[in-house]
Design a protein around this ligand. Structure first.
Ligand SMILES: Cc1cc2nc3c(=O)[nH]c(=O)nc-3n(C[C@H](O)[C@H](O)[C@H](O)COP(=O)(O)O)c2cc1C
Ligand code: SF4
Length: 649
């Protein structure tokens, strides 16, 4: 037991499985493996096991050939993959970490098909899915029975491979949830109709698993509220748990559903949701049950988890992105090294954002995540060298930290009074305050390393030449881009930095012109509308927030709609004149004119600050350039390049 978090680091039993602590890495689709675990997936989970997780629930495993969900999907239909799964189990067991697997069938929730063809999806009833626009085929009894066998067969295979338990994914609107939902299940046979009939599918799956894999720990994941229209809410979920708990070893609670854009934001809730936001609903359900409850959703710090367990909101806490971001979080928490924990900020960009692009997951703050085999620990440099890094935004900070950790003597300069670069601006957007956490985390890493930080210091080429560094790394970032083409009324046109830093007065009728579709335009629109402005968000894209991960985008877009912001898409900024702002439709080139506009706010992206690089090269010095000063992108590329460059110094 830990003195620091006595609840979190106390043992608990789930069925026949004893866990050393209550920190769970819940099932998450990594896109690191296809069909069966491979070296990348094993290294990924072993890193979290080594970092102190009590339980790893590995990602969804298709239980049946009809369970197509996306590309790169694990399956386990026969025993040919036992060895691959065994290696994964053994990798976790080496670190006294238990491992369960998620048994999965998506029903009608098919995200994409492996062959790119339209999905043939099966569901309890032929009712459309709103998010993926899929009209499924209603399952016949033979298919239902075959799928039930598939769950049991997969559980048996996993037991043979040495897994400690399995979890039925009945959350997020997937197949068991479709059977359980009165709105989605309209069958009138044994598997539909009243509560008991809708429960039959899940009950049959549970019974079959017990028969085929006796003694294997068994849990059920459910959405405590699916947030769908006419959806499943807490009272019904409690009844489901009460009806099934005698056959289960635990229940794992989340929220949301894959079926609608609004409900799916809960699958991986973004930073706008407060830490541990499902605690109260979980407490209500747990209070009525006799079996342990895992709750998951934005529990990004051990302090939050400890409090939730102490309050009786849960027995265990899913801390999934917390460990994508910092696999060592449990060990650090147990040792009381709170400041060393790199807290997840809930941006969704590189974890689920990458996964939804079919790419292996990673983390904007932790580029090693998902790349464990590639970046396997830091090598001490062959000799210590003098490194000067210019620019203390995310790229410069990460580069300085990694270089110093490798034994180099590092000096980091920034012209601003405070390190952080663009992240300091992003944190000023409403509901995005946690972007500041990215800087806080990097500053903790900086403080732990031996780095000389010099702020309020504008470095020029002459000064750099006198410093006689062995290597100069430029991370000078970018600044707001003001379009040169087009003419703008200077009295009424401002850029996003002016708004965020409150450097200007803003009228009542505002147009936000958004070129990049990132956090800036959508966030500014929210900020100005919250301040009482009438806002039009005019985007040069097919939808607002196009560059953002879909759950993040939809969560913040929902907030805009609530505030009455008018969103105009496919619009290219042309110019402004007095109180008129001109755009062109990007498909037809036709004019779009807004009049009586008091203020035009430009969110037109950034321009690289490459002047110092030009000056140094003119002086015959060959610096390394990283992050936005090469080409403006995001914190993900900045931190990745900072780390990678420092690894090669
Ligand atoms: C990259 C990614 C993939 C996910 N895939 C799954 C999945 O396969 N099965 C599942 O039940 N939940 C999945 N989730 C949801 C997580 O299990 C978890 O509920 C969610 O990340 C919220 O918890 P957190 O705030 O601790 O990260 C996924 C989440 C992420 C970030
Ligand atoms: S990418 Fe963002 S949300 Fe995902 S784990 Fe990293 S910090 Fe958390």
């Amino acid at each position: 037991m830990s003195n620091h978090f006595p609840q979190l680091f106390s043992q608990i039993k789930l069925g026949s499985t004893t866990l050393k602590n209550r920190i769970v890495s819940t099932g998450h689709h990594t896109y690191l493996a296809d069909r069966e675990p491979g070296p990348e997936l094993i290294a990924y989970h072993e890193s979290r096991a080594r970092g102190g997780a009590g339980l790893i629930i590995s990602e969804i495993i298709a239980v049946h050939p009809s369970a197509g969900f996306s590309s790169k999907l694990l399956s386990f239909f026969d025993d040919s993959s036992i060895q691959a799964y065994r290696q994964l189990a053994e990798a976790c067991h080496r670190h006294d970490c238990r491992i369960f697997a998620q048994l999965f069938h998506p029903g009608r929730e098919v995200m994409s098909t492996a062959d790119g063809f339209g999905a043939i999806a099966y569901a309890p009833s032929a009712l459309p899915n709103e998010r993926f626009h899929i009209m499924p085929k209603a399952m016949d009894i033979a298919l239902i029975e075959s799928i039930i066998d598939g769950y049991a067969n997969c559980a048996k295979n996993l037991q043979q491979a040495g897994f400690d338990g399995v979890e039925i994914v009945g959350s997020h609107g997937y197949l068991p949830a479709q059977f359980l939902s009165p709105a989605v299940n309209q069958r009138n046979d044994d598997y539909g109709g009243d509560f008991d009939s809708r429960l039959k599918f899940t009950r049959d799956v549970i019974t079959a698993i017990h028969q085929q894999a006796p003694g294997l720990t068994l849990g059920l994941r459910l959405s405590a509220n699916d947030y769908e229209p006419e959806g499943v809410e807490e009272p019904l979920v409690t009844d489901i748990c009460l009806a099934l708990q005698a056959q289960l070893d635990y229940v794992s609670l989340v929220a949301g559903s894959s079926a609608t854009l609004g409900a799916s934001v809960h699958i991986s809730p973004s930073m706008g949701f407060s830490a541990g936001y499902l605690g109260p609903i979980s407490e209500q359900i747990r209070g009525k049950l006799d079996i342990p409850v895992i709750v998951t959703g934005r529990i990004n710090q051990p302090q939050v988890a400890e409090q939730m367990i102490s309050r009786g909101q849960a027995d265990l806490c899913g801390m999934t992105r917390a460990m994508i971001c910092d696999p060592e979080m449990p060990n650090k928490a147990q040792a009381g090294r709170y400041d060393d924990i790199r807290a997840c900020i809930g941006c969704n960009q590189s974890c689920i954002g990458r996964a939804h692009k079919g790419l292996p997951i990673s983390c904007i703050q932790n580029p090693q995540s998902g790349r464990e085999l590639k970046f396997n620990g830091l090598q001490t440099a062959a000799s210590s060298r003098r490194i000067v890094v210019v620019g203390a935004g995310p790229a410069g900070l990460k580069c300085a930290v990694v270089a110093a950790s490798r034994g180099h003597a590092v000096t980091l300069y920034d012209k601003a009074p405070q390190p952080g670069g663009q992240a300091l601006l992003a944190q000023l957007l409403p509901g995005r305050e946690e972007f500041g956490g990215l800087v806080t985390n990097l500053m903790h890493e900086l403080e732990a390393a031996d780095i000389q930080l010099v702020t309020n210091c504008a470095v020029d080429s002459d000064m750099l030449q006198t410093l006689q560094a062995d290597s100069i790394v430029l991370a000078t970032g970018a600044q707001a881009y003001f379009p040169a083409a087009g003419s703008f009324d200077p009295e009424r046109t401002i850029d996003y930095e002016d708004v965020l830093l409150k450097r200007c007065s803003i009228g009542t009728n505002v147009v936000v012109a958004d070129w990049r579709g990132d956090w800036t335009g959508i966030g500014l629109a929210e900020r100005l509308a919250s301040d009482g402005c009438r806002v039009k968000l005019v985007v040069n894209a097919a939808l607002a927030g196009e560059a953002l991960q879909i759950y993040t985008r939809n969560y913040y877009l929902g907030r805009l709609y609530k505030l009455g912001v008018e969103v105009v898409t496919h619009a290219r900024l042309y110019g402004s004149d007095g109180d008129c702002v001109y755009f062109q439709n990007t498909l037809t080139d036709e004019a779009i004119i807004f009049d009586t506009i008091d203020t035009l706010v430009l969110a037109m992206g950034q321009q690289a600050d490459g002047q110092l690089e030009i000056e140094l090269r003119a002086a015959g010095i060959d610096p390394l350039a990283i992050g936005d000063c090469v080409v403006p992108r995001t914190a993900e590329e900045a931190i990745f390049e900072g780390m990678q460059t420092a690894m090669n110094l």
